[in-house]
Every structure is written in C-alpha cells, then in structure tokens.
Design a protein around this ligand. Structure first.
Ligand code: DQA
Length: 130
C-alpha cells in the first residue's frame, strides 16, 4: 500500500519553527519513526514551499497511490488550486494539522481543503499512535 505524506510551506522548519506550537522534533526524525511503526506500508515523504509543486505532486500520485496524508500549512486557508487538485484525483486525501487550528487565529478556521478531503485530523502534534 503506497501512502504519500505531503507537507506544504514552512513545514521543512519543524524542530526549529515555533516549538511551543509545533514541537521540537524534525520531520525527518518523525518520518523515520513512522516508517518503523508502519513498516507494512510503503511510505513516501515530499515537502515543498511552492503551491504549484504541491499540485504537481498530487497529480503525480493521485491515480496510483492508495492515500495521501496532507498538511498544506498556510495554503490550507487560501488555496483553491490545491482544493481543485484534490477534487481532480482519485486517491483519497486526509487533511492533517499538527496544531488545533480552531484554537488559533480566526483566519486559520477556514479550510479550502476540508470539503474535498476524505477526513481531517488535527491538534495531536506529531504522535505516532494515539
Ligand atoms: C498547520 C496550521 C496552519 O495554519 C499553519 O499555517 C501551518 C501549520 C499545522 O500543522 O498546525 O503552517 O498546518
């Protein structure tokens, strides 16, 4: 089962960026623990700070992978292009946020992606299992 973990802008700074909100672990370390824990899945990871590259990646995997776990960062709250890309592919996409965006600023309460995603998980930080 092929699953893509897709991260959007500024998530390359995890570990350094606002650690009170996002924790102090780098995504690379976290990804290693995910691969160990879920060795039955073929996990791939891609991060980009560029909206079009995220659209391209969704198109690339969206007719062959079994799932995409997508943290679109701030593009969540702005991007019609990413919503259209998710709508246009066959692979189900799950929207993820490390923080509980509903406890934060008002502009983070709106997601263009939630209506076109299979589901949403948010507010649990970088947990490997619950
Ligand atoms: C985030 C929440 C977004 O509002 C923010 O712009 C991010 C990270 C999260 O994982 O909590 O970059 O997606």
């Amino acid at each position: 089962m092929k699953i893509l973990i897709l991260n959007g802008p500024n998530l390359n700074l995890l570990g350094k960026r606002e650690p009170k909100i996002y924790g102090s672990e780098t995504f690379e370390d976290y990804f290693e623990s995910l691969k160990e824990k879920f060795s039955e899945f073929e996990l791939e990871y891609f991060q980009s700070n560029h909206e079009g590259e995220l659209v391209d990646k969704l198109h690339e995997v969206g007719f062959s992978y079994e799932g995409v776990v997508f943290n679109a960062g701030a593009y969540t709250h702005t991007s019609v292009a990413l919503a259209d890309a998710i709508k246009g592919i066959e692979t189900p996409v799950v929207e993820v946020h490390i923080s509980n965006v509903h406890q934060r600023e008002e502009f983070r309460h709106k997601s263009y992606l939630s209506p076109v995603c299979k589901g949403v998980i948010l507010g649990f930080g970088l947990l490997v299992t619950i």
